[in-house]
Design a protein around this ligand. Structure first.
Ligand code: HEM
Length: 565
């Protein structure tokens, strides 16, 4: 399971059918796939199938948050986050986020090559952490003092040197903030992704002593969160509201914040990468054009949008105070920015559909609950009409892999591997889902975001955030994928000049030998998803080099607008 991940589960399913149990270091893990079991999975009472022990085990083992302090506050935390991210609050958050993204994008040189995966990590992490946790947390010397102290052999000078040689960053450093703030943000980012890389192993029964990198990153992140909390840096932020609502003992506040930091980044970052990456594939050009054209219309319409509310008025032009590349104007005017923010809220936009389709194609992961009692989970009818059930024992981890289970051919048969943001919505019991990608299992909405009372509290925020990032990057820059083989050999040093993309269908032939079908990417032009990651949105298994060029606004290059749809 550790090395084969989703592919191994698929193999087991073929061999054993709708239910099987794996034993992982003594822990029974029962996988269930029948649609009837899924219905039950998301609606069973906590006395039978519970998320709580899984969460408790998780929060304690991975985030160091003891169950006796967190257990009875879990629902309060979820409700507080839902309250902070209700749809009526989203325009305010999105306007802020747009400003924070533009702080970074305005400093990019007009043209260059970059590793899209590394760049998206930076863009999403630095903007959304600044939004949810406050810019002071990312930038303050004090918050990161412990971070630098905690890193063996690290000195501010060494960190600066590493930043200047960071080949993935088009501006040559981690951020456009002042260099010391940039270094702090970069350090937090590095620690976060080191923590995230060790996350799944850390959640397993494998002893933590075998993961020194994970432990060191966690120590530094907790130290930074603790200092920032002591200095009141979270006041007035989403994180600050959670601290207030939960009322945890002071010493565990950093652990709760680490849990929220992880939840807010771990899926959103790869989702942003895939949302953009799929649109850069040559066969998806018409979908790319749809996103660019609607973004163009939105920024044009932005001039007619009413002035933002008072606190937003200060936020919108925030990026203007930061450096732009010499000789280049800011990427967007305030009016244009407003138009794009309005577009991000539109769930029926081409950008929203592209995000949903990317989520569908890259969330073939697992979701888990714990059996709270010995019980029989319904498995539906057998061919002879008798009722089937699968027996689980108290303490079993019960896992589903929704993409393995779903029977609907539009989602999971051959056409399901095709990228199509305009795919037909799936008919549910009572109505029609807007997009098959986010349709739930048998009527329970939100495949990628979980379901039932423990569904993701950040869903609406994430969908808006991802639509904004996708529109913004495609509106402001022209992108071209660079061939994978050549760039993989270069590993970020000498990168070849851009070359024409091979055709998608059948053209993967000589250069791109597909070993295995990759959903949504028949030519394997993007790095394949890392199948070892079992939870959440898959991450790419390698770099993704691209050539980008700043677009002139509002004059549009012919290559975009005159290309036949
Ligand atoms: C593409 C982006 C995202 C995806 C695919 C995603 C998906 C999920 C899933 C599948 C769960 C577990 C639900 C279940 O087991 O039923 C979850 C939980 C959670 N998500 Fe998200 N999420 C995303 C973004 C976010 C963001 C941006 C935030 C915060 C702003 C967030 C906050 C959380 C939290 C706090 C939980 C834990 C809930 C608990 O403890 O019960 N997520 N998410």
């Amino acid at each position: 399971l550790g090395s084969g991940g989703a592919a191994f589960l698929h193999q087991c399913r073929n061999q054993y059918g709708d239910a099987f149990t794996l034993r992982l270091l003594g822990q029974r893990m029962t996988f269930v796939f029948a649609p009837a079991t899924l219905r039950h999975y998301f609606s069973a009472p906590d006395s039978q199938l519970s998320f709580a022990p899984a969460v408790q085990q998780f929060t304690h083992r991975v985030f160091g948050l003891p169950p006796q302090h967190f257990y009875h506050r879990h629902m309060t935390m979820l409700q507080a986050l839902r309250h902070e991210l209700v749809p009526s609050e989203l325009p305010r958050h999105t306007a802020r986020l747009a400003g924070l993204l533009l702080v970074q994008l305005d400093a990019w040189p007009a043209t260059g090559q970059l590793d899209l995966w590394e760049q998206v990590k930076q863009l999403v992490f630095q903007s959304s952490v600044a939004l949810l946790f406050g810019p002071a947390f990312l930038q303050s010397n004090a918050a990161c003092q412990h971070t630098q102290e905690g890193q063996p052999g690290a000195s501010p000078g060494a960190a600066a040197a590493s930043l200047q040689t960071n080949p993935a960053s088009p501006s040559g450093c981690s951020s456009t903030l002042s260099s010391s703030s940039g270094r702090r943000a970069e350090q937090l980012q590095r620690d976060f992704f080191a923590f995230e890389a060790g996350f799944e192993l850390a959640a397993s029964p494998v002893p933590h002593i075998l993961q020194p990198g994970f432990l060191a990153a966690r120590r530094r992140l907790l130290a930074a969160l603790r200092t920032a909390h002591k200095l009141g840096m979270f006041e007035g932020t989403v994180a600050g509201s959670l601290i207030q609502a939960c009322g945890l003992p002071e010493q565990y506040v950093p652990n709760m914040l680490l849990a929220v930091l992880w939840a807010s980044q771990a899926n959103a970052v790869p989702a942003a990468f895939w949302s953009l990456g799929f649109l850069l594939l040559p066969e998806n050009r018409r979908h790319l054009q749809a996103v660019v054209q609607e973004a163009q219309q939105a920024v044009t319409a932005g001039t007619d949008t009413p002035e933002p509310a008072a606190d937003n008025a200060q936020l919108l032009p925030a990026h203007r105070q930061h450096a732009t590349v010499k000789g280049l104007p800011p990427l967007l005017t305030d009016d244009q920015q407003r138009g794009l923010v309005a577009l991000a809220a539109n769930r029926r936009s081409a950008a929203a559909a592209a995000v949903a389709e990317a989520l569908r194609l890259r969330s073939f992961s697992i979701d888990v609950r714990i059996a709270a009692a010995d019980s029989a989970l319904p498995c539906g009818q057998a061919a002879d009409g008798s009722m089937r059930a699968v027996w689980v024992q108290k303490g079993d981890v019960v896992a589903i892999s929704p993409y393995e289970c779903h029977q609907d051919p539009r989602l999971f048969q051959s056409s399901a591997h095709t990228y199509d943001p305009q795919r037909e919505g799936i008919q549910l019991g009572g109505g029609t889902a807007a997009h098959a990608a986010v349709v739930g299992v048998n009527g329970i909405a939100g495949l990628s975001f979980g379901a039932g009372k423990y569904r993701c509290p950040g869903r609406s925020f994430a969908e808006t955030e991802l639509a904004l990032i996708t529109s913004l990057l495609l509106l402001c820059f022209d992108w071209q994928l660079l061939p994978r083989e050549a760039t993989a050999a270069g590993k970020g040093q000498a990168r070849p000049p851009p070359q024409p993309q091979p055709p998608a269908a059948g053209g993967a032939g000589q250069q791109q030998q597909p070993q295995q079908a990759v959903p949504g990417d028949p030519g394997r032009l993007l790095p394949p998803p890392d199948l070892k990651k079992l939870v959440g949105i898959k991450i790419p298994s390698g770099p993704c080099w691209v050539q980008y060029k700043r677009r002139e606004l509002p004059t549009w290059p012919d290559s975009v607008l005159s290309h036949p749809l």
